[in-house]
Design a protein around this ligand. Structure first.
Ligand code: HEC
Length: 124
């Protein structure tokens, strides 16, 4: 009887876990373990509304291509999230300077930066 209860409990837990899975996030979760709870945890889904600001220069989502014949734009897809976050904060604070990136970063909140960093870090 005790064994049977345990089996039922296991099935119930598995069902709960499955119902919580969000298809789009499953891939991201594979690539990077969930970030530890802290300020401004990046949300890959939320970033999908924000990347329209970036794709013109940093390539089409899913593609690594940018436009080297116009000017060099660094590839940020697959880049480390902490690195992307640091770079955007540096443009925002003025520690790093580039005419277009200064303007782009200035318009981003800390949450935007965290979301975009998570999105691009998971983009292969
Ligand atoms: C008008 C074109 C343009 C747009 C729009 C743009 N970028 Fe950039 N980005 C650049 C260029 C050019 C550089 C290289 C600047 C430099 O040399 O410092 C750059 C650099 C960066 C870097 C630093 C990369 C590295 O390897 O150091 C990050 C991160 C970045 N961009 C993220 C973004 C994000 C996120 C967005 C959208 C919110 C965005 N960019 C929008 C042109 C653009």
């Amino acid at each position: 009887m005790k064994l049977r209860t345990n089996v039922l409990r296991t099935v119930a837990v598995m069902a709960m876990a499955a119902s919580c899975a969000i298809p789009g996030l499953a891939h991201a979760a594979d690539a990077a373990p969930a970030p530890a709870a802290g300020p401004a945890a990046g949300n890959v889904q939320a970033a999908r509304d924000k990347i329209s600001m970036c794709i013109g220069c940093h390539g089409i989502p899913g593609y690594k291509a940018s436009f080297p014949e116009l000017y060099h734009v660094p590839m940020i897809a697959g880049q480390n999230a902490k690195y992307i976050e640091a770079a955007l904060n540096e443009y925002k604070s003025g520690a790093r300077s580039h005419p277009t990136m200064d303007a782009v970063a200035a318009s981003l909140s800390d949450q935007d930066i965290a979301d975009l960093a998570a999105y691009y870090a998971n983009l292969k």
